[in-house]
Write a protein that binds this ligand. Structure first.
Ligand SMILES: C[S@@+](CC[C@H](N)C(=O)[O-])C[C@H]1O[C@@H](n2cnc3c(N)ncnc32)[C@H](O)[C@@H]1O
Length: 264
């Protein structure tokens, strides 16, 4: 594919997927921290980044959400910037960050250009899968590459889709939302397009239920390498967790932490 063709694909990306993600995140911002509470491995992310960058390094997090990861990195001494499409998510981050330790940027990751680079550009917790189609994912890889300083690294965290790819029917999970109620999540998989249709129903505060829907596109690790190559990023390491566990299918969380560097 020529550079011009790639740029044309990039320019069409972002519309539908970003609009869908934005609406979904706006609906979930108020319950996000209850549904996805801090996990014990959050501190490991900073420790891992110190194997790639110096203390106090400049980190850009794509899809910062409510700052679950970014705030922990800021506490660990990194200079952290975060980009997010949902104003409600950034409002929640601001509440949790009265001292403004994380620099927020409201915007769409596809086509993002902050006009500066960072030592580490981080896309944790399946941010790349928030895109609905491969052209959007290519645009996200370009955004990661564009913001990486010479000698810097791109770090992505995605789930291993093996189990989802063969899933039959809907998978339904219930998440408690503190004292307020619960969220029921129903996920259907379309393996041909690698899409997951996620439907959430919120039962909160005794009010009538409300719904939020989004579409994800899962990525195979090998596909991630190909998309990295399209954005001139080369894979240098892959682990199944932030403690550098080997990526051999043995980890029950089946996460895929990938480290890329820009090709010269
Ligand atoms: C799964 S959440 C992860 C949030 C945070 N990184 C964490 O670990 O808790 C993904 C976040 O990325 C944001 N996001 C997804 N696609 C985006 C896009 N195209 N532009 C900006 N933000 C986006 C979503 O709004 C959401 O807040």
């Amino acid at each position: 594919m020529t550079d011009t063709a790639l740029e044309a694909r990039q320019s069409t990306a972002g519309g539908f997927g970003t609009a869908l993600t934005t609406a979904y995140s706006e609906a979930l911002a108020g319950v996000y921290d209850d549904v996805y509470p801090d996990t014990p491995d959050l501190d490991d992310i900073g420790t891992f980044l110190l194997t790639l960058a110096h203390p106090g390094a400049r980190v850009l997090e794509l899809g910062v959400g409510t700052g679950r990861v970014a705030l922990r990195l800021a506490e660990q001494g990194f200079e952290v910037h975060g980009v997010e499409t949902s104003p409600a998510m950034l409002a929640r981050l601001a509440e949790k960050d009265p001292r403004g330790r994380v620099v927020p940027h409201l915007g769409d990751l596809t086509g993002l250009d902050l006009g500066r680079t960072f030592d580490v550009v981080l896309a944790p917790f399946n941010v790349l899968c928030c895109a609905t189609a491969v052209d959007e994912q290519i645009a996200l890889m370009h955004a990661l590459a564009r913001h990486t300083a010479p000698g810097g690294h791109v770090v992505t965290e995605t789930f291993d889709p093996s189990d989802h790819h063969v899933q039959k029917g809907n998978a339904v999970t219930t998440h408690p939302v503190g004292e307020r109620g619960a969220m029921i999540e129903s996920v259907a998989v379309l393996p041909a397009s690698q899409n997951m249709l996620v439907q959430n129903t919120l039962f909160l505060d005794g009010a009538p239920p409300s719904c939020a829907t989004t579409v994800l596109r899962y990525l195979w690790p090998s596909e991630l390498d190909l998309l990295g190559g399209v954005a001139r990023l080369e894979l240098v390491a892959r682990h199944s967790g932030w403690r550098e566990q080997p990526f051999d299918g043995g980890d029950s969380r089946k996460m895929c932490v990938s480290v890329f560097r820009p090709l010269a």
